[in-house]
Design a protein around this ligand. Structure first.
Ligand code: G1P
Length: 272
């Protein structure tokens, strides 16, 4: 089934990226030649979306507006409807997604976190859309123990296919001692609109925030969620080393400068 709308939560403060994010919002940090948020929009469009809802804080809203509209349409995005929705006070990722409720209405939607970028050829949204069977689908990766405190982790049920598993529950950042499995939530989701009524009634979770993972737990416990295991990791630009790695991978495959950059990098490494 084709999923026509995507929600991109982009109101995060980027505390792991200080001092870069003291003034520049995390979603506008450039990676190679475009801001992080543009990668999320382009990925959504490659996944089939024709409408992208950006959840922004008032500061990002003004800048995103300039980036996507005032300068004229960006290549490949002229026919895409991009709608900013302002989240006035941040109450966590679950609350950010809930902010999109009115615009999404009764449609299934992708949720794409701008902190992660697929490597070239590593898109996961098409695989998630293919696994979609009128219940929500979350994207998963097998995590090593030290990552279990950084990601939401699911309780797996029966396997439907080599890479599709029933989700029975989920825990936000449980850590190795309490993790129910090694299958982590990597920031790509395909939700049915019933997630909004769950989010609306959730109490604050870990860190006093409304956690998206707690809504996934409820979807799973009531038999309304599948997991799609991605073939490769996404690039994590939410920390300085990850940003460097992502810039290298995306720079090396850049159409215009990739070859030149490869030679440069080989020279630099050779001299060290
Ligand atoms: C968020 C989610 C977490 C998920 C992660 C993926 O955490 O709360 O469940 O595993 O994104 O990147 P954050 O990275 O915002 O702390």
């Amino acid at each position: 089934m084709s999923i026509e709308v995507a929600v991109v939560p982009a109101a995060g403060r980027g505390t792991r990226m200080r001092p870069a994010t003291r003034v520049v919002p995390k979603a506008l940090i450039p990676v190679v030649d475009r801001p992080a948020i543009q990668y999320a929009v382009e990925e959504s469009v490659r996944g089939g979306a024709r409408e992208v809802i950006l959840i922004v804080d008032p500061g990002v809203g003004v800048l995103a507006e300039r980036h996507f509209w005032e300068e004229g349409p960006l290549p490949g995005l002229a026919d895409v409807k991009i709608t900013p929705v302002v989240q006035e006070i941040p109450h966590g990722l679950g609350d950010a997604v809930l902010t999109a409720r009115e615009v999404v209405a009764d449609r299934p939607f992708f949720c794409v976190l701008a902190d992660n970028i697929p490597p070239p050829g590593g898109d996961v949204l098409p695989g998630m859309a293919a696994a979609f069977d009128d219940t929500s689908v979350v994207c998963l990766r097998r995590l090593t123990p030290d990552f279990l405190e950084r990601y939401g982790v699911i309780v797996p049920g029966a396997w439907r296919d080599r890479d599709v598993v029933e989700v029975r529950g989920a825990v936000e950042k449980p850590g190795a001692a309490h993790a129910p499995s090694d299958l982590g939530l990597i920031g790509r989701y395909l939700f049915t609109p019933d997630v909004f009524s769950i989010l609306e009634s959730l109490p604050a979770g870990v860190g006093g925030e409304i956690q998206l993972t707690d809504a996934i737990a409820e979807l799973g416990e009531t038999g309304r969620c599948l997991g799609f295991v991605a073939g490769q990791d996404l690039l994590d630009i939410g920390n300085p080393l990850g940003l460097l790695e992502a810039s290298t991978v995306l720079g090396l495959s850049h159409e215009e400068w990739g070859a030149e950059y490869r030679t440069y990098l080989a020279d630099v490494v050779g001299e060290m």
